[in-house]
Design a protein around this ligand. Structure first.
Ligand code: GRF
Length: 212
């Protein structure tokens, strides 16, 4: 099937904060990225990303952990929302929650995350400050398939930026974020076009293993 005949891929975006990556995906979709953003879901009612979604006419949902007894019941409610949208891809865009193994397995091969470092360096939080403290001369961002181990799933695409003399974590973060806004829509495009798959724990593009 040629791309123009393919229906847009139904996706959901999960976020907790500003949603600048969501905005990049919205902008890309308006410019032809073949996705249909069915919903934006946040664990934080005050996340600015929800406002971005509303402005783009995308349905929003807030799911607060305070309404659930434990992680499994929260994740079950989250999965029900996602599946209710018939989403074929789950896009984590600054969703600041640890996901249960069961949830991750349910969406194995169809859930992406973006992390602000050159994985496997600097998993976890405060990556920009840690890159500076480590004296790294380059830094960046990584899009990867989500696997049960945090920030350790198969890598799809990375963007590198130089660390410059006098950088603050904020300046470095801004430089990285500009690259995030480029590589996340790119990875989503590959997936939507059926070119990107996860097979036996490896990310493949056009059937070939991706070697970052
Ligand atoms: C980004 O730095 C992303 O790499 C990380 O969370 C941040 C989200 O930023 N996972 P935004 O909400 O998309 O602006």
């Amino acid at each position: 099937m040629v791309q123009s005949e393919r229906a847009p891929l139904p996706i959901v975006v999960l976020l907790s904060g500003s949603g600048s990556n969501l905005q990049a995906i919205i902008d890309a979709a308006q410019a032809g990225l073949p996705v249909d953003i069915r919903a934006v879901i946040s664990n934080k009612a005050e996340a600015y990303g929800l406002e971005r979604a509303r402005q783009a006419g995308i349905p929003t949902q807030v799911l607060s952990h305070k309404d659930y007894a434990d992680r499994d019941s929260y994740d079950a409610a989250l999965a029900a929302l996602i599946d209710g949208c018939q989403a074929q891809l789950v896009v984590l865009a600054g969703f600041m929650r640890i996901l249960s193994d069961g949830f991750v397995r349910r969406y194995e091969g169809r859930m992406l995350n973006i992390h602000p470092s050159l994985l496997p360096r600097h998993r976890g939080l405060d990556t920009h400050a840690r890159a500076l403290a480590a004296g790294d001369d380059e830094h960046g961002a990584t899009v990867h398939f989500v696997s049960p181990e945090l920030d350790a799933g198969p890598i799809i695409i990375q963007a590198r930026v130089p660390v410059q003399a006098g950088d603050t974590p904020q300046a470095l973060a801004a430089r990285v974020l500009r690259e995030e806004h480029r590589i996340y829509p790119q990875a989503i495009r590959w997936f939507a076009e059926g070119r990107l798959t996860l097979e036996q724990g490896r990310a493949l593009l056009d059937g070939q293993p991706i070697t970052p």
